[in-house]
Design a protein around this ligand. Structure first.
Ligand code: SF4
Length: 414
């Protein structure tokens, strides 16, 4: 049975007033604004040097103090942005380059600041190189959800994920994965799909089926920050074929291989995205374009919102995307400043451009501002290679399968 029976594409003429200049007011949003994702960057430092990395400061060994982690959550509570659930992601550079004791302190401090009414879940994304038994015990102690960055079999992974001396890192990452397995810790995997991987979908599927990860996320090699060009650009037919084969394997594997992009597309097509109303205009609820749904905090308390990667970036016409520093100002106070107003206005113009021009808008909500900026040089623009790779192709593949499985049952309504 096809999962999708009817797909309605939005009337592109709807909405359209959201790009007028307005002051930010949390009371304009229904449901009320709440931060669902707090991305904490405990250190800019990374112990390896992937050749597609976008981080500008990966040699910087600065470290977050637990007091900054506490302040990051206390400020959310003071601003009324703390709901009954919060996910904290420790990310960028390599979170395990921090001392293990930092997390015991920081997680306790966050729990105190969040209080009993807010359930906090901790997650981290790691290159797995430093995972040992002590880290595994910490993950179990705090219920940390673990994601490992692996690009597939060694010949693909070692082509790009290099040590600081230029050697492959696959063997050491797999030793870390072995420790996770030995402790019975479930983990998901995120792979960066480069041009080189596109001809090897079956090798990638074989590897991740055997790995036992709960889910495989297939990021594609994005042009972002200090990594100015995507190797997938100009190879989009090959990327489509790669994804199609991976999705086939996911279906044929009976659950052994869960591909995040397929699951997301199925969810979006089956249920749409919940609406967020701002000043009487309904938007599909996309956290990356919604103020403070995602809050990003650097090691020193600098913070930003919207796409996490924006924190630390600068761009002509915008300057820095840092909105403030927690030791001096709160999140909502920063929204009264000119940098926030300029940033949010540009993101709203981009969302409106998406609404006018993109038939996938109901399943996306206006995409990823950081990719609009990095690919098109303009936050107010619409389609990107990221859109086509991460949103549009997965949806089209799921629809094509539904149509093939039950010809005539699927209706696309304009
Ligand atoms: S897929 Fe791209 S162009 Fe379409 S709504 Fe999303 S961000 Fe905008």
């Amino acid at each position: 049975m096809p999962t999708v029976a009817t797909v309605r594409w939005t009337d592109r003429r709807a909405g359209g007033r959201a790009d007028a200049p307005v002051a930010f007011d949390p009371a304009d949003f229904q449901p009320g604004l709440a931060t669902r994702l707090l991305v904490l960057q405990p250190t800019p430092f990374c112990n390896i040097r992937c050749d597609y990395c976008y981080l500008p400061d990966r040699d910087d060994k600065s470290r977050m103090a637990p007091a900054i982690a506490r302040l990051a959550v206390r400020r959310l509570a003071e601003d009324g942005l703390l709901g009954d659930r919060l996910t904290v992601i420790w990310h960028a550079g390599e979170p395990l380059a921090m001392p293990l004791g930092f997390y015991d302190e920081a997680i306790a401090a966050i729990g105190e600041a969040a209080g009993a009414h807010c359930a906090v879940t901790h997650a981290l994304q790691t290159n797995a190189m430093l995972i040992d038994d002590d880290w595994c015990r910490l993950f179990l102690r705090h219920g940390v959800r673990v994601g490992v960055s692996l690009d597939g079999p060694a010949f693909l992974h070692d082509a790009h994920r290099l040590s600081r001396r230029g050697h492959g890192t696959h063997a050491r990452a797999m030793r870390g994965v072995e420790r996770l397995r030995a402790h019975g810790i479930a983990f998901h995997a995120i792979a960066v799909v480069t041009a080189q991987a596109l001809a090897h979908a079956d090798a990638v599927a074989d590897f991740f089926e055997a790995l036992g990860a709960t889910e495989l996320g297939c990021n594609f090699d994005e042009a972002e920050g200090s990594h100015g060009e995507s190797s997938v650009a100009g190879r989009e037919d090959s990327h489509l074929a790669f994804l199609a084969r991976l999705f086939e394997r996911a279906v044929a594997g009976g659950g052994r291989l869960q591909v995040r992009e397929r699951s997301q597309a199925l969810r979006r097509l089956a249920g749409g995205m919940p609406p967020l109303r701002w000043r009487g205009i309904d938007y599909p609820d996309n956290a990356q374009v919604q103020p403070f749904a995602i809050v990003n905090v650097a090691w020193n308390g600098d913070f930003g919102s919207f796409s996490p990667e924006l924190l630390g970036f600068t761009a002509p016409g915008h300057g820095s995307f840092t909105l403030g520093n927690l030791t001096q100002t709160g999140y909502l106070d920063s929204a009264r400043g000119e940098p926030f107003e300029r940033l949010w206005a540009a993101i709203r113009r981009g969302t409106e451009a998406c609404r006018r021009t993109c038939r996938y808008f109901d399943f996306c909500g206006g995409g990823a501002p950081v990719n609009k900026l990095c690919e098109n040089g303009d936050l107010a623009s619409a389609e990107t290679l990221y859109c086509r790779s991460m949103v549009q192709r997965p949806i089209e593949l799921v629809l094509a399968r539904a149509e093939a499985a039950a010809p005539g049952r699927l209706q696309r309504q304009a």
